[in-house]
Design a protein around this ligand. Structure first.
Ligand SMILES: C[S@@+](CC[C@H](N)C(=O)[O-])C[C@H]1O[C@@H](n2cnc3c(N)ncnc32)[C@H](O)[C@@H]1O
Length: 304
């Protein structure tokens, strides 16, 4: 194997990124190459800058990893799958094509979930469709719950989420349980204070309009839902009043184009209150929040 300095390796990565089918713009390629190298070495960009000037030799194992990542990227694989890591709030999660790559907008879903529960510590929170474990692990790390339950209909996804949980277990404030099953079924009637979910919400006929990196690599179970992308929302909203404690919250991520349809699901006579749609930083309606209030005699309250 030829000896290659870190600086030369970084230049080669930048050239590789510029040559991709979905090419990185030339003006960003060097920075992206630095970020990739930082992710693969576990070192900061600042740290990497110094030895590069000294011509530090890149270890063979790192060169081999870079080559493997560049070849996966050349096949169109998204960066997070190619490197195997994705950042989410304070977490570094392992990801592969068994799970959706956690998105920055989902970090805001966690923000709203933590905010609505902030004045009432304790209780159980459930993340329906946990994927990599992103939401469940973030709320276990940052929230004040007694326990978090993470569910998914995909056993493969739960394997990834369990692995991520074991890697960050020392940073979690409460235990996280993993349960296989659809919608609210894994709760088996157990009462919870918070339901949070980023369910699949893309309509099947919208597949062709998705970016190839999403359509060709991310798991269809994580993307698509029937009934114009509304099926999972409808199922969860219908069952939530009998699962949530009195005063408990439901927080959904939603597609900006369908946020009003998601909010309209709470118009039933099931005791929903404080229904609101929250915008992301670009002004798009991305989170729907609602609280349930049980009529006396219809359900157990928090103080029971
Ligand atoms: C959009 S992904 C969200 C993953 C993760 N929560 C995140 O935000 O990055 C949706 C997840 O829901 C799961 N899922 C799909 N249908 C489901 C259902 N009926 N019940 C529970 N989970 C489901 C998928 O397997 C996938 O992991």
């Amino acid at each position: 194997m030829t000896v290659e300095s870190l600086a030369a390796l970084r230049d080669r990565i930048a050239a590789g990124l510029r040559a991709l089918p979905a090419a990185v713009a030339p003006e960003h390629a060097r920075r992206e190459a630095g970020l990739l190298l930082a992710a693969l070495t576990g070192r900061s960009l600042a740290e990497l800058r110094v030895p590069m000037h000294d011509g530090e030799v890149a270890p063979d194992a790192l060169v081999a990893r870079v080559d493997a990542v560049l070849s996966r990227l050349a096949q169109g694989m998204p960066m997070a799958y190619a490197t195997g890591v994705a950042a989410f709030r304070h977490l570094e999660l392992q990801v592969d094509p068994r799970v959706l790559i956690p998105r920055p907008e989902t970090e805001m879903v966690v923000e709203h979930a933590l905010r609505v529960c902030a004045d009432r510590p304790g209780g159980v929170a459930v993340d329906i469709g946990t994927g990599s474990g992103a939401i469940a692990l973030a709320i276990a790390q940052e929230g004040r719950f007694d326990r978090v339950i993470a569910t998914d209909v995909s056993a493969d996804a739960l394997d990834v989420a369990r692995l991520n949980a074991s890697r960050v277990s020392g940073t979690l404030r409460c235990p996280v349980e993993f349960r296989l099953g659809a919608d609210l079924a894994p709760l088996g009637g157990e009462r919870v204070r918070l339901i949070v979910s980023n369910p699949p919400y893309i309509a099947h006929h919208e597949a062709a309009a998705l970016p190839a990196a999403v359509r060709d690599w991310e798991p269809p179970t994580a993307l698509f839902a029937s009934d114009e992308g509304m099926a999972r929302y409808a199922a969860i909203v219908a069952g939530a009043p009998s699962v949530l404690e009195d005063g408990g919250w439901l927080v959904f991520e939603c597609d900006a184009r369908r946020a009003d349809r998601v909010a309209a699901l709470f118009a039933s006579d099931a005791g929903w209150r404080d229904v609101r749609v929250e915008r992301d930083l670009t002004g798009r309606d991305r989170v729907c929040v609602a609280r349930v209030e049980h009529r006396p005699g219809t359900s157990r309250s928090v103080s029971d």
